[in-house]
Design a protein around this ligand. Structure first.
Ligand code: ZN
Length: 437
Protein backbone atom coordinates (compact mmCIF):
# COMPACT_ATOMS: atom_id res chain seq x y z
CA UNK A 1 0.00 0.00 0.00
CA UNK A 2 1.18 3.45 -0.91
CA UNK A 3 1.26 6.46 1.39
CA UNK A 4 -0.32 8.96 -0.98
CA UNK A 5 -0.18 12.76 -1.10
CA UNK A 6 -3.00 15.10 -2.00
CA UNK A 7 -2.36 17.44 -4.90
CA UNK A 8 -4.59 20.54 -5.13
CA UNK A 9 -5.90 19.70 -8.62
CA UNK A 10 -5.60 16.25 -10.16
CA UNK A 11 -6.97 15.31 -13.57
CA UNK A 12 -7.50 11.61 -14.24
CA UNK A 13 -7.98 11.25 -17.97
CA UNK A 14 -8.23 8.71 -20.77
CA UNK A 15 -10.87 6.63 -18.98
CA UNK A 16 -12.50 4.18 -21.41
CA UNK A 17 -15.64 3.86 -19.27
CA UNK A 18 -16.30 6.04 -16.22
CA UNK A 19 -19.05 4.35 -14.20
CA UNK A 20 -20.52 7.35 -12.36
CA UNK A 21 -23.46 5.51 -10.72
CA UNK A 22 -24.95 9.02 -10.54
CA UNK A 23 -28.65 9.56 -11.36
CA UNK A 24 -27.82 12.83 -13.16
CA UNK A 25 -25.87 10.90 -15.83
CA UNK A 26 -28.23 7.92 -16.06
CA UNK A 27 -30.55 7.56 -19.02
CA UNK A 28 -32.60 4.87 -20.77
CA UNK A 29 -30.23 2.02 -21.62
CA UNK A 30 -27.51 3.49 -19.38
CA UNK A 31 -28.75 3.13 -15.79
CA UNK A 32 -25.22 3.45 -14.34
CA UNK A 33 -24.55 6.77 -16.05
CA UNK A 34 -21.43 5.43 -17.80
CA UNK A 35 -19.40 8.13 -19.57
CA UNK A 36 -16.98 7.03 -22.31
CA UNK A 37 -13.58 8.60 -23.18
CA UNK A 38 -13.97 10.37 -19.88
CA UNK A 39 -11.96 12.39 -17.38
CA UNK A 40 -12.38 13.18 -13.71
CA UNK A 41 -11.12 16.31 -11.94
CA UNK A 42 -10.37 16.32 -8.22
CA UNK A 43 -9.70 19.36 -6.05
CA UNK A 44 -8.08 18.05 -2.90
CA UNK A 45 -10.26 15.10 -1.86
CA UNK A 46 -13.45 16.12 -3.69
CA UNK A 47 -14.68 15.61 -7.25
CA UNK A 48 -15.01 18.94 -9.07
CA UNK A 49 -15.90 17.74 -12.57
CA UNK A 50 -16.55 14.59 -14.61
CA UNK A 51 -17.24 14.38 -18.33
CA UNK A 52 -15.72 13.62 -21.71
CA UNK A 53 -11.98 14.27 -21.90
CA UNK A 54 -12.40 16.55 -24.93
CA UNK A 55 -14.74 18.78 -22.90
CA UNK A 56 -12.33 19.31 -19.99
CA UNK A 57 -12.86 22.94 -18.90
CA UNK A 58 -9.84 25.19 -19.43
CA UNK A 59 -10.21 26.57 -15.89
CA UNK A 60 -8.71 23.29 -14.70
CA UNK A 61 -6.17 22.57 -17.45
CA UNK A 62 -4.73 26.14 -17.27
CA UNK A 63 -3.87 25.90 -13.57
CA UNK A 64 -0.09 25.93 -12.93
CA UNK A 65 0.05 23.17 -10.35
CA UNK A 66 -2.20 20.53 -11.91
CA UNK A 67 -1.24 16.90 -11.93
CA UNK A 68 -2.47 14.88 -14.90
CA UNK A 69 -2.68 11.10 -14.72
CA UNK A 70 -3.33 9.16 -17.92
CA UNK A 71 -5.27 5.98 -17.19
CA UNK A 72 -4.50 4.54 -20.61
CA UNK A 73 -8.04 3.45 -21.40
CA UNK A 74 -8.86 1.74 -18.11
CA UNK A 75 -12.38 1.44 -16.64
CA UNK A 76 -13.11 3.52 -13.50
CA UNK A 77 -15.76 2.63 -10.93
CA UNK A 78 -16.70 4.19 -7.56
CA UNK A 79 -14.80 2.75 -4.60
CA UNK A 80 -16.73 -0.33 -3.50
CA UNK A 81 -18.70 -0.14 -0.24
CA UNK A 82 -19.08 -3.26 1.91
CA UNK A 83 -22.07 -2.52 4.15
CA UNK A 84 -21.99 -5.71 6.30
CA UNK A 85 -18.84 -7.26 7.79
CA UNK A 86 -17.70 -8.87 11.02
CA UNK A 87 -14.17 -7.54 10.49
CA UNK A 88 -12.67 -7.94 13.95
CA UNK A 89 -12.17 -11.42 15.40
CA UNK A 90 -9.26 -13.61 16.44
CA UNK A 91 -8.66 -17.24 15.59
CA UNK A 92 -9.65 -19.12 12.46
CA UNK A 93 -11.97 -22.07 11.84
CA UNK A 94 -10.55 -23.76 8.75
CA UNK A 95 -10.77 -27.29 10.26
CA UNK A 96 -14.44 -26.73 11.06
CA UNK A 97 -15.05 -25.57 7.47
CA UNK A 98 -13.97 -28.94 6.12
CA UNK A 99 -15.75 -30.89 8.88
CA UNK A 100 -18.95 -29.11 7.90
CA UNK A 101 -18.40 -29.93 4.23
CA UNK A 102 -17.79 -33.58 5.21
CA UNK A 103 -21.26 -33.59 6.79
CA UNK A 104 -20.55 -33.11 10.50
CA UNK A 105 -23.64 -31.31 11.94
CA UNK A 106 -23.14 -27.78 13.30
CA UNK A 107 -24.33 -28.82 16.79
CA UNK A 108 -21.69 -31.57 16.85
CA UNK A 109 -19.00 -29.02 15.85
CA UNK A 110 -20.25 -26.64 18.54
CA UNK A 111 -20.11 -29.45 21.17
CA UNK A 112 -16.46 -30.08 20.26
CA UNK A 113 -15.77 -26.42 21.05
CA UNK A 114 -16.15 -25.04 17.50
CA UNK A 115 -18.61 -22.56 16.06
CA UNK A 116 -19.13 -18.93 17.01
CA UNK A 117 -18.15 -19.51 20.66
CA UNK A 118 -14.70 -20.72 19.51
CA UNK A 119 -14.25 -17.29 17.89
CA UNK A 120 -15.53 -15.61 21.07
CA UNK A 121 -12.91 -17.46 23.16
CA UNK A 122 -10.07 -16.51 20.80
CA UNK A 123 -11.23 -12.89 20.53
CA UNK A 124 -11.50 -12.48 24.30
CA UNK A 125 -7.94 -13.87 24.65
CA UNK A 126 -6.54 -11.43 22.05
CA UNK A 127 -5.11 -8.04 23.01
CA UNK A 128 -6.29 -4.77 21.45
CA UNK A 129 -3.00 -4.58 19.50
CA UNK A 130 -3.44 -8.10 18.15
CA UNK A 131 -6.99 -7.32 17.00
CA UNK A 132 -5.76 -4.13 15.31
CA UNK A 133 -3.05 -6.03 13.42
CA UNK A 134 -5.48 -8.75 12.32
CA UNK A 135 -7.93 -6.08 11.18
CA UNK A 136 -5.24 -4.12 9.32
CA UNK A 137 -4.21 -7.14 7.26
CA UNK A 138 -7.86 -7.87 6.39
CA UNK A 139 -8.46 -4.23 5.41
CA UNK A 140 -5.38 -4.30 3.15
CA UNK A 141 -6.76 -7.39 1.41
CA UNK A 142 -10.14 -5.69 0.87
CA UNK A 143 -8.61 -2.41 -0.32
CA UNK A 144 -6.52 -4.26 -2.92
CA UNK A 145 -9.81 -5.65 -4.32
CA UNK A 146 -11.29 -2.16 -4.66
CA UNK A 147 -13.16 -1.75 -1.36
CA UNK A 148 -12.77 1.77 0.09
CA UNK A 149 -15.53 1.85 2.74
CA UNK A 150 -16.58 -0.90 5.13
CA UNK A 151 -19.10 -1.34 7.89
CA UNK A 152 -17.61 -3.35 10.78
CA UNK A 153 -19.51 -5.02 13.62
CA UNK A 154 -18.48 -6.06 17.10
CA UNK A 155 -20.05 -9.26 18.41
CA UNK A 156 -17.27 -11.73 19.25
CA UNK A 157 -16.59 -10.31 22.72
CA UNK A 158 -20.01 -10.56 24.39
CA UNK A 159 -18.80 -8.85 27.59
CA UNK A 160 -18.66 -5.09 28.06
CA UNK A 161 -14.83 -4.85 28.05
CA UNK A 162 -14.41 -7.29 25.15
CA UNK A 163 -17.04 -5.58 22.97
CA UNK A 164 -15.39 -2.24 23.72
CA UNK A 165 -11.98 -3.70 22.84
CA UNK A 166 -13.32 -4.73 19.42
CA UNK A 167 -14.92 -1.32 18.80
CA UNK A 168 -11.68 0.40 19.88
CA UNK A 169 -9.78 -1.70 17.34
CA UNK A 170 -12.24 -0.50 14.67
CA UNK A 171 -11.84 3.12 15.82
CA UNK A 172 -8.04 2.84 15.71
CA UNK A 173 -8.10 1.34 12.19
CA UNK A 174 -10.51 4.03 11.01
CA UNK A 175 -7.91 6.61 12.10
CA UNK A 176 -4.83 4.85 10.70
CA UNK A 177 -5.95 2.92 7.60
CA UNK A 178 -7.10 4.46 4.29
CA UNK A 179 -10.39 2.52 4.53
CA UNK A 180 -13.41 4.43 5.89
CA UNK A 181 -14.89 2.26 8.65
CA UNK A 182 -18.45 2.52 9.94
CA UNK A 183 -18.77 0.91 13.40
CA UNK A 184 -21.77 -1.16 14.51
CA UNK A 185 -22.33 -2.52 18.02
CA UNK A 186 -23.55 -6.12 17.84
CA UNK A 187 -23.37 -7.46 21.36
CA UNK A 188 -26.62 -9.23 20.46
CA UNK A 189 -24.81 -11.60 18.12
CA UNK A 190 -25.18 -14.63 20.41
CA UNK A 191 -25.82 -15.43 24.09
CA UNK A 192 -22.40 -15.92 25.78
CA UNK A 193 -21.59 -19.10 27.76
CA UNK A 194 -21.80 -17.28 31.13
CA UNK A 195 -25.55 -16.81 30.60
CA UNK A 196 -26.23 -20.37 29.35
CA UNK A 197 -28.33 -22.25 29.74
CA UNK A 198 -31.43 -20.44 30.76
CA UNK A 199 -30.37 -16.85 31.45
CA UNK A 200 -30.74 -15.11 28.11
CA UNK A 201 -32.88 -12.49 29.88
CA UNK A 202 -29.90 -11.71 32.12
CA UNK A 203 -27.70 -11.10 29.08
CA UNK A 204 -30.32 -8.86 27.45
CA UNK A 205 -30.47 -6.85 30.71
CA UNK A 206 -26.68 -6.49 30.49
CA UNK A 207 -26.91 -5.36 26.84
CA UNK A 208 -29.64 -2.83 27.55
CA UNK A 209 -28.47 -1.48 30.91
CA UNK A 210 -24.70 -1.69 30.63
CA UNK A 211 -23.18 -2.34 27.21
CA UNK A 212 -25.28 -0.09 24.97
CA UNK A 213 -25.06 2.98 27.27
CA UNK A 214 -21.28 2.51 27.67
CA UNK A 215 -20.66 2.05 23.93
CA UNK A 216 -22.75 5.14 23.20
CA UNK A 217 -21.05 7.20 25.93
CA UNK A 218 -17.66 6.42 24.36
CA UNK A 219 -19.05 7.20 20.87
CA UNK A 220 -17.73 3.88 19.56
CA UNK A 221 -20.65 2.91 17.31
CA UNK A 222 -23.10 4.50 14.89
CA UNK A 223 -25.44 1.51 14.57
CA UNK A 224 -26.86 -1.26 16.77
CA UNK A 225 -27.43 -4.69 15.21
CA UNK A 226 -29.16 -7.87 16.46
CA UNK A 227 -29.13 -11.47 15.17
CA UNK A 228 -32.92 -11.89 15.04
CA UNK A 229 -33.28 -15.61 14.40
CA UNK A 230 -35.00 -18.69 15.82
CA UNK A 231 -32.94 -19.91 18.78
CA UNK A 232 -30.99 -16.65 19.09
CA UNK A 233 -33.00 -13.43 19.73
CA UNK A 234 -36.74 -13.43 19.01
CA UNK A 235 -38.70 -10.41 17.77
CA UNK A 236 -39.72 -9.20 21.22
CA UNK A 237 -36.15 -9.42 22.56
CA UNK A 238 -34.76 -7.80 19.41
CA UNK A 239 -37.19 -4.89 19.74
CA UNK A 240 -36.10 -4.28 23.34
CA UNK A 241 -32.40 -4.22 22.36
CA UNK A 242 -32.91 -1.98 19.32
CA UNK A 243 -35.08 0.41 21.37
CA UNK A 244 -32.29 0.72 23.93
CA UNK A 245 -29.87 1.43 21.08
CA UNK A 246 -32.18 4.08 19.62
CA UNK A 247 -32.53 5.73 23.03
CA UNK A 248 -28.72 5.95 23.19
CA UNK A 249 -28.47 7.39 19.66
CA UNK A 250 -27.61 4.16 17.78
CA UNK A 251 -29.59 3.58 14.57
CA UNK A 252 -30.93 0.02 14.19
CA UNK A 253 -29.89 -2.46 11.54
CA UNK A 254 -30.82 -6.12 11.63
CA UNK A 255 -29.85 -9.69 10.70
CA UNK A 256 -33.22 -11.15 9.70
CA UNK A 257 -34.88 -13.93 7.71
CA UNK A 258 -31.63 -15.88 7.28
CA UNK A 259 -32.83 -19.39 8.24
CA UNK A 260 -36.37 -19.18 9.71
CA UNK A 261 -38.75 -16.24 9.09
CA UNK A 262 -39.87 -15.00 12.52
CA UNK A 263 -40.85 -11.43 11.65
CA UNK A 264 -37.45 -9.72 11.69
CA UNK A 265 -37.96 -7.78 8.46
CA UNK A 266 -41.32 -6.45 9.63
CA UNK A 267 -39.69 -5.35 12.91
CA UNK A 268 -36.77 -3.69 11.08
CA UNK A 269 -39.20 -1.55 9.08
CA UNK A 270 -41.27 -0.73 12.17
CA UNK A 271 -38.12 0.41 14.03
CA UNK A 272 -36.91 2.52 11.08
CA UNK A 273 -33.79 0.37 10.63
CA UNK A 274 -31.18 1.64 8.17
CA UNK A 275 -30.95 -1.85 6.71
CA UNK A 276 -32.27 -5.38 7.05
CA UNK A 277 -29.75 -8.00 6.05
CA UNK A 278 -29.77 -11.62 4.68
CA UNK A 279 -33.48 -12.13 3.68
CA UNK A 280 -32.92 -15.66 2.32
CA UNK A 281 -36.37 -16.70 3.58
CA UNK A 282 -38.23 -13.34 3.56
CA UNK A 283 -42.02 -13.85 3.46
CA UNK A 284 -44.77 -12.04 1.53
CA UNK A 285 -45.50 -10.07 4.69
CA UNK A 286 -41.82 -9.06 4.94
CA UNK A 287 -41.79 -7.98 1.29
CA UNK A 288 -44.97 -5.95 1.83
CA UNK A 289 -43.42 -4.24 4.86
CA UNK A 290 -40.23 -3.34 2.97
CA UNK A 291 -42.06 -1.93 -0.05
CA UNK A 292 -42.22 1.82 0.31
CA UNK A 293 -40.09 1.86 3.47
CA UNK A 294 -36.73 3.62 3.93
CA UNK A 295 -35.01 0.42 5.11
CA UNK A 296 -32.38 -0.84 2.65
CA UNK A 297 -32.39 -4.62 1.99
CA UNK A 298 -28.81 -5.94 2.07
CA UNK A 299 -28.30 -9.33 0.45
CA UNK A 300 -25.31 -11.51 1.36
CA UNK A 301 -25.12 -14.23 -1.32
CA UNK A 302 -21.53 -15.15 -0.39
CA UNK A 303 -22.93 -16.67 2.80
CA UNK A 304 -25.51 -18.80 0.98
CA UNK A 305 -22.74 -19.96 -1.36
CA UNK A 306 -20.34 -20.76 1.52
CA UNK A 307 -23.04 -22.66 3.47
CA UNK A 308 -24.29 -24.45 0.32
CA UNK A 309 -27.82 -23.11 0.92
CA UNK A 310 -30.25 -24.20 -1.79
CA UNK A 311 -32.52 -21.17 -1.42
CA UNK A 312 -31.31 -17.72 -2.48
CA UNK A 313 -32.71 -14.37 -1.35
CA UNK A 314 -35.42 -13.26 -3.80
CA UNK A 315 -33.41 -10.40 -5.28
CA UNK A 316 -35.64 -10.07 -8.33
CA UNK A 317 -38.77 -9.70 -6.18
CA UNK A 318 -37.07 -6.95 -4.16
CA UNK A 319 -35.83 -5.20 -7.30
CA UNK A 320 -39.26 -5.42 -8.93
CA UNK A 321 -40.64 -3.58 -5.87
CA UNK A 322 -38.24 -0.74 -6.73
CA UNK A 323 -36.16 -1.27 -3.57
CA UNK A 324 -32.53 -0.07 -3.43
CA UNK A 325 -31.03 -3.55 -3.03
CA UNK A 326 -27.48 -3.57 -1.63
CA UNK A 327 -24.93 -6.38 -1.58
CA UNK A 328 -22.28 -7.03 1.07
CA UNK A 329 -19.69 -9.67 1.92
CA UNK A 330 -20.82 -10.68 5.45
CA UNK A 331 -17.09 -11.32 6.01
CA UNK A 332 -16.88 -13.56 9.12
CA UNK A 333 -14.89 -16.64 10.20
CA UNK A 334 -17.80 -19.11 10.20
CA UNK A 335 -20.22 -18.57 7.34
CA UNK A 336 -18.33 -16.38 4.81
CA UNK A 337 -14.57 -16.07 5.07
CA UNK A 338 -13.96 -13.53 2.31
CA UNK A 339 -13.75 -9.76 1.92
CA UNK A 340 -14.06 -10.04 -1.87
CA UNK A 341 -17.00 -7.92 -2.98
CA UNK A 342 -16.22 -8.61 -6.68
CA UNK A 343 -16.65 -12.34 -5.98
CA UNK A 344 -19.94 -11.68 -4.15
CA UNK A 345 -21.09 -9.57 -7.12
CA UNK A 346 -20.49 -12.42 -9.56
CA UNK A 347 -22.32 -14.85 -7.25
CA UNK A 348 -25.24 -12.38 -7.18
CA UNK A 349 -25.34 -12.34 -10.98
CA UNK A 350 -25.26 -16.14 -11.25
CA UNK A 351 -27.47 -17.21 -8.35
CA UNK A 352 -29.89 -14.31 -7.97
CA UNK A 353 -30.03 -13.21 -11.62
CA UNK A 354 -29.06 -9.62 -10.89
CA UNK A 355 -27.80 -7.53 -13.83
CA UNK A 356 -24.41 -5.82 -14.01
CA UNK A 357 -26.06 -2.45 -13.37
CA UNK A 358 -27.97 -3.81 -10.38
CA UNK A 359 -24.89 -5.35 -8.72
CA UNK A 360 -22.83 -2.19 -9.33
CA UNK A 361 -25.48 0.02 -7.70
CA UNK A 362 -25.75 -2.54 -4.89
CA UNK A 363 -22.12 -1.98 -3.81
CA UNK A 364 -21.99 1.76 -4.51
CA UNK A 365 -25.02 4.07 -4.28
CA UNK A 366 -27.34 1.67 -2.43
CA UNK A 367 -24.64 0.51 -0.02
CA UNK A 368 -23.81 4.16 0.74
CA UNK A 369 -27.48 4.76 1.54
CA UNK A 370 -27.56 1.72 3.84
CA UNK A 371 -24.74 3.35 5.84
CA UNK A 372 -26.16 6.89 5.73
CA UNK A 373 -23.18 8.07 3.63
CA UNK A 374 -24.99 8.80 0.36
CA UNK A 375 -24.13 12.51 0.47
CA UNK A 376 -20.38 11.76 0.44
CA UNK A 377 -19.77 8.55 -1.49
CA UNK A 378 -21.40 5.90 -3.68
CA UNK A 379 -21.23 7.78 -7.00
CA UNK A 380 -18.68 9.76 -9.01
CA UNK A 381 -20.06 13.27 -9.55
CA UNK A 382 -19.20 16.82 -8.47
CA UNK A 383 -19.34 17.26 -4.71
CA UNK A 384 -18.69 13.60 -3.86
CA UNK A 385 -15.43 12.38 -2.34
CA UNK A 386 -12.69 11.11 -4.64
CA UNK A 387 -13.04 7.40 -3.82
CA UNK A 388 -12.57 5.36 -6.98
CA UNK A 389 -10.90 2.33 -8.53
CA UNK A 390 -9.37 1.89 -11.97
CA UNK A 391 -9.64 -1.54 -13.55
CA UNK A 392 -7.52 -3.04 -16.30
CA UNK A 393 -10.40 -4.51 -18.32
CA UNK A 394 -12.03 -3.82 -21.71
CA UNK A 395 -15.56 -3.20 -20.37
CA UNK A 396 -17.47 -3.11 -17.08
CA UNK A 397 -19.15 -6.46 -17.84
CA UNK A 398 -15.70 -8.06 -18.02
CA UNK A 399 -15.12 -7.17 -14.33
CA UNK A 400 -17.76 -9.71 -13.22
CA UNK A 401 -17.39 -12.14 -16.12
CA UNK A 402 -13.70 -12.92 -15.41
CA UNK A 403 -14.20 -13.75 -11.73
CA UNK A 404 -12.01 -14.78 -8.82
CA UNK A 405 -9.01 -12.69 -9.90
CA UNK A 406 -8.18 -9.05 -9.29
CA UNK A 407 -8.53 -6.55 -12.14
CA UNK A 408 -7.68 -3.63 -9.87
CA UNK A 409 -4.93 -1.35 -11.16
CA UNK A 410 -5.27 1.65 -8.82
CA UNK A 411 -7.28 2.51 -5.73
CA UNK A 412 -7.82 6.20 -4.97
CA UNK A 413 -9.18 7.14 -1.54
CA UNK A 414 -10.17 10.73 -0.74
CA UNK A 415 -8.08 11.80 -3.74
CA UNK A 416 -4.98 9.87 -2.62
CA UNK A 417 -3.52 7.01 -4.62
CA UNK A 418 -3.40 4.31 -1.91
CA UNK A 419 -2.79 1.17 -3.97
CA UNK A 420 -1.31 0.49 -7.38
CA UNK A 421 -0.40 -2.64 -9.33
CA UNK A 422 0.39 -3.18 -13.01
CA UNK A 423 -0.45 0.47 -13.61
CA UNK A 424 1.60 0.55 -16.81
CA UNK A 425 0.05 -2.61 -18.26
CA UNK A 426 -3.07 -1.77 -20.22
CA UNK A 427 -5.63 -4.00 -21.85
CA UNK A 428 -4.24 -5.04 -25.26
CA UNK A 429 -6.14 -3.65 -28.24
CA UNK A 430 -6.27 -6.74 -30.46
CA UNK A 431 -7.04 -6.37 -34.12
CA UNK A 432 -9.82 -8.88 -35.00
CA UNK A 433 -7.44 -10.67 -37.41
CA UNK A 434 -4.73 -10.93 -34.79
CA UNK A 435 -7.14 -12.55 -32.33
CA UNK A 436 -7.55 -15.53 -34.67
CA UNK A 437 -3.82 -16.22 -34.99
ZN1 ZN B 1 -23.61 -10.86 9.61
Amino acid sequence: LIAGRVSPITIWKNIRELVTAAPRFAEAGNPLGILTDAALVLIHDTIAWVGQTKELPAEYTRQPDIRVIDLGGQVVIPGLIDAHTHLIFAGAREKEFFERLAGVPYMEIAKRGGGILATVRATRAASLDQLIELGRRRLDQALMLGVTTMEAKSGYGLTTPDEIKILEAIAHLEQTHPMTLVPTFMGAHEVPPEFRPGNKAGYIDCLVNEMIPEVARRKLARFCDVFCEEGVFDVRETERILAAGLAAGLTPRLHADEFVPIGGTELAVKMGAASVDHLHVITESGLAALAGSRTVPILLPGTGFYLSLKQHAPARRLLDLGLPVALASDFNPGSCMTQSLPLVMTIACIQMKMTVAEVMLAVTRHAARALGLEHDIGSLEPGKKGDFVSLNIPSLEYFLYHFGVSHVSRVVKRGNLVFEQNAKVNWPEFEPEAAHV
